[in-house]
Design a protein around this ligand. Structure first.
Ligand SMILES: [Fe+2]
Ligand SMILES: [Fe+2]
Length: 233
């Protein structure tokens, strides 16, 4: 059960307690990353957000209960299945759409708006990182975790399981850095007044993609990987 949510609590602390709070802060323009050490009251003031509305959104989320409770109880093989069926599938389904929207935007507006070409470039870079990342997890790391969790031997070409885990965490950070660039270029996925429909759909899809990726990385970094490491301690 989480501690009481109040304006005196620190923003970073609230995100550490429940990562979904970060989505609420994003919505209100509250900096939860570099400004995570501030109290919620001072963060709201800086962002020009109404504190009662932010508190209301945070308590609503807390009342829903954390979706992690159920996932934390799953055997590791089932947690992996959930990650693959939900989040890996989402990336594979959505990456081609985002690449297509970005290309359309380059063709229609690339010459007139300076943010469009870099945006398309970073979307491509994100997918070029993520698609091989999924494959590495599915073909190398996840089978090893499955085997470990069932007490089976596995062929470890990579030595200790901590090695591929560290490599995947490093790639998660890289994806996070690209998302930060995308946020910056898109003004946190707020389409400008003059944006056409593809532009608006592209930004909305990017915002959804980011939320899904945060959830996905959270499940791997904070649930799956620590449990896998505990098996070899
Ligand atoms: Fe993954
Ligand atoms: Fe991953």
């Amino acid at each position: 059960m989480s501690a009481q949510i109040s304006l005196e609590r620190r923003v970073g602390e609230l995100v550490a307690e429940d990562f979904r709070n970060a989505h609420v802060f994003s919505r209100f323009g509250i900096d939860f990353c570099c400004g995570g050490g501030r109290s919620l009251a001072s963060a709201c003031e800086r962002a020009g957000a109404e504190p009662t509305e932010v508190l209301h959104a945070l308590s609503q989320l807390a009342a829903e209960g954390t979706p992690d409770d159920a996932l934390a109880k799953l055997p590791l093989g089932e947690l992996i299945e959930h990650i693959e069926a939900t989040h890996h599938k989402y990336i594979r389904d959505t990456a081609p759409l985002l690449l297509e929207y970005a290309q359309k935007m380059v063709r229609a507006h690339g010459e007139h708006y300076e943010e469009i070409k870099p945006l398309a470039g970073w979307i491509r870079a994100l997918m070029d990182d993520l698609l091989p990342h999924l494959q590495k997890e599915e073909q190398i790391l996840f089978p090893a975790i499955r085997a470990l969790s069932q007490g089976q031997e596995f062929n470890a070409c990579f030595g200790h399981i901590g090695n591929p885990i560290r490599a995947m965490e490093y790639e998660h950070n890289e994806a996070g850095q690209i998302l930060a660039k995308l946020q910056q270029l898109t003004n946190h996925y707020q389409a400008p007044e003059h944006a056409c429909t593809t532009w608006r759909v592209c930004y909305a899809t990017l915002a959804e993609f980011e939320a899904d990726l945060h959830r996905h990385i959270h499940l791997e970094n904070n649930l799956l990987f620590p449990k896998a490491l505990a098996l070899v301690d």
